[in-house]
Ligand binder design. Sequence first.
Ligand code: GDP
Ligand code: IMO
Ligand code: MG
Length: 423
Amino acid sequence: MFTIITGAQFGDEGKGKIVDLIAKDYDIVARFQGGNNAGHTVKVGDDIYKLHLIPSGILLNARVLIGPGVALNPEILAEEIMMFEKHGIKVDTRKLGIDAKTSIIMPYHIEMDKLREASREQKIGTTKRGIGYAYIDKVSRDEIRMAELIDNKRFLKRLQELAPQKEREIAAMGGDPKIVMDPILIERYIELGNQFTTYITDVSMEINEALDEGKHVMAEAAQGTHLDIIHGTQKFVTSSSTIAGSACVNLGVGPTRVDNVIAIVKAYITRVGEGPLPTELIGELGEKIQKAGHEFGTTTGRSRRCGWFDLPLMKKSIALNGYTEISLTKLDVLTGIDPIRICVCYNYKGENVDYPLELTDDLLECKPVYEDLPGWENDLTVIKKFNELPENARRYVKRLEELMKVSINYISVGPDRAQTFRK
Ligand code: GDP
Ligand code: IMO
Ligand code: MG
């Protein structure tokens, strides 16, 4: 069985939590894109794990893979492995595999991301983790791959070959070109390369062979659908493709093998960084949701902008991903809010539109049209069954399901693995 899980909004929908929850039924969980711009939080009892690179399936028995479409910062991976080992979870070569073709994030990519963002009049609000510049190098065929990092001689040869161009680019951006051949940084990367030598694998072949043997494989996305490099709200997007089809491309698995595509959907919407958010709540109510939902970035600590559930964006997500089921998260956060609003369409220049407009500038002019539903006062975090939810919470979930026309499988009412039930 091959299942793809993606975020249906602007990221931070709770992918980490749901992947962790369902990973018990999977033999392999593979990350297919993005890098340590992602932050996935998994809470099990008193333990909280913040993952940036390693797939959230790691806590159970699944083997976890990092696919060739990921932009990998080896320092962050080393830190994450160490963090798990401190928690008594051994991340050996049986547990983790990294594709030989994975692009490496170099210190100069991070520097370029920072320099470019600082020089932009209209900021994107990137995480400044060098993601965009690592992908630029992949596309321009100037990347350093995992296979090179683990081979000291090849790594140095490749870096020397690339250095003059990178130095010119950094100098032209107003930065210090010395970062490219900084001996301390190079030595550290060599050390990291040596640490990861035995983890190298061919992710595509591993997954295809596992599927041939009848095993269960899950592809885990980072970010969210509307941050997709092609279909998102350009230019306020990330630099990789975040939608379900991208899992096939990036992991090297044919589309005929896909069985399920699961959407992770927050019961409202959030966004970190710049870009349109038509239902954004500016003021007291937005802050109330932000506080109740702890809407502060796992990676950068920035506060997340909050808004009402946005159906036009969701309808586009359903089209882009072909979702077969939905996991709805953070329903508990809406307790005490009355009425609860759902944006059912937009008004654009006097006309109602059902889908987000293609161009970001036009989307910025869309005014949400709302349907109001009554709220509830009860604490949902203790609820264990759908039927135990207050009537108005059930009504909200059922209305969302009716509008999205895709069935909701799981409902999450708190950060802990245990705070989840089937609808
Ligand atoms: P991801 O990037 O999609 O994995 O999401 P993040 O982990 O960045 O952000 C989701 C945050 O909400 C995390 O802090 C989770 O622990 C938390 N969370 C997940 N599901 C729920 C839920 O149902 N209720 C509440 N209150 N918090 C949740
Ligand atoms: P997870 O996987 C939310 C946003 C950044 C910025 C834009 C581009 O935790 O859902 P980048 O550094 O990728 O070039 O920044 O994308 N962004 C995210 N927002 N969740 C994420 O990941 C994100 N990863 C990137 O805030 O607006
Ligand atoms: Mg996150």
